[in-house]
Design a protein around this ligand. Sequence first.
Ligand code: BGC
Length: 762
Amino acid sequence: MKYSINYLSLNNKDLVVNETIFHNANGYIGIRNNFEEAYPSGYNTVRGSYINAFYDFAEMKQAENFYGLANEKQTMLNVADTQGVKLFLGDEQFNLWKGSIISAKRTLDMDCGFTERYIVWRSPMGKEVEIIIRRLTSFVRLPLFLIDYSVKALNFSDNLYFVSVHLGAVMNHANPDDPRLAAESARYIIPGKVHVEETASFITSSTSKSGLKLCTGVDHVIMSGGHFECNSFAEKESAWTEIKIGIKEGEKAGFCKYSVFTDSLRYADCEKSASEELAKAVATGPLEIYREQKEYLDKFWDNAFLKIEGNERLNMALNYNMYQLLQSAGKESKSSVGAKGLSGEGYEGHYFWDTEMYIEPFFNLTVPEISKNLVSFRYSILDEARKNARLLGHKQGALFSWRTIMGKESSGFFPAGSAQYHISGDIAWSIVSYYFASGDYGFIVEKGAEMIFEIARLWIDAGTWYKGQFCIHCVTGPDEYTCMVNNNYYTNLSAKFSLYWAVRFYSLLKDSGDIEALAERIKLCPEELEEFSRAEKAVYLPYDENQKLNPQDDSFLSKKKWDLSATPKEKFPLLLHYHPLHLYRYQVCKQADTVLAHFIFEDAQSEETIRNSFLYYEGITTHDSSLSACIFSIVASKLKLYEKAYKYFGNSAMLDLYDLHNNTKDGIHTANMGGAWMAIVYGFAGLRIKEDGISLAPWIPQKWESLCFRINYRGSRIQLKIEKSRVTIVLLNGAEKEIKVYGKPYTLKDRLEIPVNYSEPA
Ligand code: BGC
C-alpha cells in the first residue's frame, strides 16, 4: 500500500506535519522527513534523528524541592544529522522556493518500506530536472539509514555538484508553552572525534551526563552519471563530502548516501561497529537492501493483514497506523515504544503505560516476538521500579515510573505523573495478555511471574484495610483531569487483577515444579500469597446505587459537573487553558478511565452498569488525550451503540494522517494508533482472549462492504472476514482451535461460516 500527497504549496505548517507523517524509522533509529536541502531561513522545522532509548540526563528543577521529587529527567536525544544534501545544477542551487515546481509528490510505500520525494523542477535559468529521493531505515540492518538520490537532466547537459553533510553539533527542540514538550534545550551530545576516510566520514559523540556514546558513519557511492569526483572533509564537529558528476541531457546521475548509527547501549565498541556496519551496507548495495526490506515487510503484512472494503480513507489510515507501530517498536529488550515513537520530540522519547495497554495488544496478535521484547524491557528495569517504590516510601514491591527511558522517574509533575500507580497494574495486565495470546509459559517462569509478584507486593503495601475492604488511597487514575484520589475504580481493579494473577501464577509454577528457585531468590513465602488472596477478594470497587454506575473514585460524583457544551472550542485541550487545580474540582475527564476499566475488566460489572457508566462519562469526557476515543469506540461496540462506535473509531483512526489534534508536528500518537486497531479487533470483531480461550462477537458498520484481518493466536494464524450477512473464519495454518462466536462454541479446523448476528439495542 502507498500513501501519497502532492505538496505544491510549501506551506510551513504542512511541511512540519509531513516531517512526522513521512518519517523513516525501524524501532532503533528514526529520522524525520526533513528536506535534504533544508527550508529557507525563518521557516520552522523540527529537524531530527533519534535513537530509541538513547538519552541524556537533563536537569528538572523543582521550585520547591520536597523529598523524593525527581530533579533530573531522561531525554531522548536529537543525534547527528546525516540528512543534509545540497544540489547544484552547474552553478544554480536546487531550491524549491525559487524557479518553479512542475510536479511534487511525497510517498510512503508501506510494502517496500521506503519514502520517496518526487520533484520536477525548473530553475530560474530554465534548467529542468526530475529528482527522485528515496529514504529507508532498514528493518533488517537496524543501524542503517539510506538516502538514494537520483537526478535526471531534462533539457541540459552540465556538471551536478552535491554537498553531503554530516553534522555532529545538534540540539533538541523545545517549546516552553506546551507541557507535552521539553521546556528548554541544551547541548546534550558533544562530538569528540571527527575523521574522514576517502568518501566516508565518522563522528563519535558522547552525552553530557549519562555516559553514553554514539558513532555515526556516512559513506557515498556514485550510482549513475558520467565522470565523477568524490572527496570528504572534516571540521571540528562536522564533516562533509563534495561530489561532482557529469550529466547529459535525458540521462540520470545519482548516488547513495549510507548512514549508520551505533550506540554504546547496544554495541560494545561503537566506532568499530560503525565502520563494519557501514562497510557491510556499502558492499550489499541498494538493490539487495530494498529486496530484504520488502521481504521483511511481506512477512509483516502477511501476519498483520487488515483490509476495510467500503472506505478507502479509513483503510489507508489503519494500515498507515500499523506500519507506524512497526516503525516505532523497539526490536530488542533494551527499548520500548515512545509515546511518539521515533518520529518527534513530543514527550521526550519517554515510555508510558501506552506501550502495555495500547500497543502490545497489536503485537501480541501479529508479531508476538515484539511483545515479548517489550515486556522483557520492563523486566530489565524491574530493579529501578523496586528502588522507585522505596523512594515513595513502600517497604516492598515494584512501582514502575510513570514516564521513563532507563527506569528512573522522568515526570516532573507528580499528581499526574508518579501518582499514576496503575502503570504497575497495566504492566501486570500486559504480561498476562501476552501469556494468553502466546501461551509462552517459559517467559512467565523466567521473567513474568517475578514482575507480577513484585507488583502484588506493591499493592499490599500501598493499600489499606478499612471496614473489611481493601482500599487504595491517594493515587491518580488514567484520567489526568482528576488527580490524587481515593479508590480510583480503574486502579483498584487493576490491583485486584495483579493480586489474582500473582496467586494464579504461584500455583501454576508450583504445580510445574518451577517456583522454588524464584521464591527463594525474591524471598516470597506462602503467607504472602495468603495475603495477596485475602486482599484480592476484598478490593473495594466504588459503586453508586442511585445511578447504578461506577464512580471514577470516592469523591468524583460529589464534584460540580463541567459544562462541555458551554466551553468555547478554542479552550481545548483544557490542560493548556485551565489551572490543574481548577480542573480537579470538576467532574471532567481528559480520557477514558472508568470506561477503560469496563473494557479491560469487563467481567467485573453487569452490562447494565457498563451502559450507565458509558453514557455518564461520555457527557463529561473531552478526549483531550488521544488515548480516549478508541476506548469509547470499543465499549460502544460492546454495548451495541454502533453509530457511536463508528464515530469514535473514525476520530481515532485518522488522528495523525489528518492532524486532528493539531500536534502531529511533534510526532505520531503511537498509543492511539494501537487503539484504533483495537477498536477494530476488540470493538467491531468483539474479540476477547481470556483464561478460558478466545471469543468473537462481530459486526461491521453499514457503510462498509467487509472487514478482513488476521491474528496469530497461540501459534495458529486465523483470518476473519466480516461481511454484512456472514462471518468467515479461516485457519490459515497451525493447530485447530476452540473458539466462541456470539457465545456459541465451535472448533476451528479449517473454515467456519456463521451468519452475522447483531442488532441495535431497543
Ligand atoms: C495521557 C497519558 C499518556 C500520555 C502519553 C497523556 O496526554 O493523558 O495517558 O500516557 O499522554 O501518550
